[in-house]
Design a protein around this ligand. Structure first.
Ligand code: GLU
Length: 292
């Protein structure tokens, strides 16, 4: 059975950009007969029940249905620890004591063929004396992957210094454990994909197909955010815009309907083809929605 997913972080309300990505992921899954799973990526935010409840309500109002139980990364830490152990057993990890600032400064210096901003391997092969010095200074190490100087990825973090699994590790473990074979997400994450594909290979997991949906911008050309006013479903409802109107507008922006008139999610499925999703960022003009 094929499966897609939407994996929001419960860090607040979903804005139209997030909802558009959720709709795209749902359409790709449902139009191919795949299951659609919901996963809260709450490793950095904490469980945040109020935000989760609001996000679930928004998705339900739009008819973006999901299968099975909603999962939370904070409940899956044992799985991440096992995968990290597997990489440690393969000798593919090393401790890193660098602070964020040190990483930033080191990454700014040119170092061969690695991608821009990459970690240059400062802590690879630390001596015992250096380790003791860091430990005496009260530093706790993060754990990095030894990417062996590959040009696709750098030595990214697997486990943060506070012991929490890092995003790339957790996503890869979850996608594999949940049988996700189609990843549809915002194209702000496109740069994480080579890292995730590398991890899948090392851990013996299959690689899903990836589709990165272009971002939504405000009229000022900046990435859509709360600053742009009423950009969440509840805020728009308060202005008299109904969920089917929002859905019609988003579906049209994804090339799934010829007009932006009100629709139901099921109603959009027929005309949907992932190939029609525009490849350019989409600009949200609030006046179009309110007059619609
Ligand atoms: N949790 C990420 C976000 O909210 C999405 C991760 C993913 O889809 O891989 O942007």
């Amino acid at each position: 059975m094929s499966a897609g997913r939407f994996a929001p972080s419960p860090s607040g309300s979903l804005h139209l950009g997030n909802l558009r990505t959720a709709l795209a992921a749902w359409l790709v899954a449902r139009s191919s007969g795949a299951e659609f799973l919901l996963r809260f990526e709450d490793l950095t935010t904490g469980a945040a029940p109020a935000a989760q409840a609001e996000q679930l309500e928004d998705l339900a109002l739009l008819g973006i249905t999901h299968d099975g139980k909603v999962t939370c990364q904070s409940e899956r830490t044992e799985l991440y620890a096992q995968a990290i152990h597997q990489l440690e057993q393969l000798g593919l990890t090393y401790d890193c004591y660098c602070s964020r600032r040190e990483v930033r400064e080191a990454a700014a210096a040119p170092h061969g063929a690695a991608p821009e901003g990459s970690y240059p391997g400062t802590c690879f092969r630390l001596t015992q004396t250096e380790v003791r010095k860091h430990e005496r200074a009260g530093r706790r190490p993060a754990l990095r992957l030894n990417g062996s100087g590959g040009i696709q990825t750098d030595d990214f973090v697997l486990r943060r210094a506070d012991g929490v699994a890092a995003y790339n590790l957790a996503v890869v473990v979850d996608d594999a454990a949940q049988g996700i074979d189609q990843v549809v997400r915002g194209d702000d994450l496109v740069e994480t994909t080579p890292r995730q594909v590398l991890l899948q290979g090392l851990l013996g997991y299959p690689t899903p197909t990836y589709l990165h949906v272009p971002l939504v911008l405000g009229l000022d050309g900046e990435r859509l955010s709360k600053r742009h006013g009423a950009v969440g479903l509840q805020e728009l409802r308060a202005l008299g815009v109904s969920p089917p109107q929002v859905l019609g507008y988003l579906a049209n922006s994804l090339g799934a309907t010829p007009q932006d008139s009100p629709v139901t999610a099921e109603g959009v499925l027929n005309g949907f083809s992932a190939q029609n999703i525009p490849t350019q960022p989409w600009v949200f003009d609030p006046s179009e929605l309110r007059s619609g």
